[in-house]
Design a protein around this ligand. Structure first.
Ligand code: SF4
Length: 261
């Protein structure tokens, strides 16, 4: 009883697994102390070639402020203090440009975890790759894209932002990420901020756990933000890597649809 009262006073709520819910913005602040050092950011891989988007050079960073149950990232997400190397933005940009040129790609990205945790570092990488004539695909969970970051992104000519919604509504977001349900509105705000700032963007959503009613409701919500978001909504299906299957089982979550790796 005493414990319950203390949790209420500290605004700690429990998710469906009985684990306390977290605030993604507060978690981001903690992680920034681990994965950022002055203008450097921690990465666990620089840079790989990939077939996504018809060919893209990718650098994989450490640290994410969400804890999606279906996430394929392991240690770099959960123990970013124990893995990875710090790199300057220019080193990252150089590795991306070299990889892109070698494979004749026009597109690069930072993936693996959440690129917007290191805002200044990210903007410096984008500036450098744009100077080299390449386009940047910003894949993000969107929870840290406020209007000021959206405006900074609008200064680039070749940036497209893919905001990956974690579920179709606040309740599903919380169930899939273990975060407070309010975090879902941060994802929707990211889309609003990007559109206000005139940044090219589209939403994606993991639908493996969603009912068709929920998906319909999400489309209505997106329609109220901007009609163009609905036809551009990308529906994602999770990939059942062995560690993902283990996490889902522990959380008692069973996807309606999933790919085998
Ligand atoms: S937002 Fe992406 S990187 Fe972060 S936990 Fe979710 S799936 Fe993993």
């Amino acid at each position: 009883m005493e414990e319950e009262r203390a949790d209420k006073e500290n605004h700690i709520e429990e998710g469906h697994t009985g684990i306390p819910l977290y605030d993604p913005v507060e978690l981001a602040k903690k992680l920034q102390k681990i994965v950022l050092r002055a203008s450097q950011r921690k990465y666990y891989r620089l840079a790989r070639a990939g077939r996504w988007y018809g060919g893209i050079a990718t650098a994989d960073c450490c640290g994410c402020n969400l804890r999606c149950v279906f996430c394929w990232s392991g240690k770099p997400r959960d123990n970013p203090d124990k893995v990875g190397t710090f790199y300057e933005s220019q080193q990252v940009a150089r590795a991306l440009v070299t990889c892109a040129r070698k494979h004749r790609y026009q597109l690069v990205r930072i993936s693996g975890n959440e690129p917007t945790l290191g805002r200044d570092h990210l903007l410096q990488v984008i500036r450098a790759v744009e100077r080299a004539g390449l386009a940047f695909m910003l894949e993000t969970n969107g929870t840290l894209i406020d209007l000021s970051l959206a405006k900074a992104l609008s200064s680039f000519a070749k940036v497209h932002v893919r905001v990956s919604l974690k579920g179709t509504d606040a309740e599903e977001f919380s169930r899939l990420t273990g975060a407070r349900p309010e975090g879902f509105s941060l994802q929707l705000s990211a889309l609003e901020n990007l559109l206000v700032a005139g940044v090219s963007c589209h939403p994606a959503v993991v639908t493996s756990f969603s009912s068709s009613d929920n998906l319909r409701q999400l489309k209505k919500t997106l329609q109220t933000i901007h009609p163009e978001l609905v036809p551009n909504l990308e529906e994602e299906t999770i990939i059942l890597y062995p560690h993902v299957a283990r996490r889902l089982k522990q959380a008692g979550l069973y996807p309606r649809e999933a790919y085998r790796p």
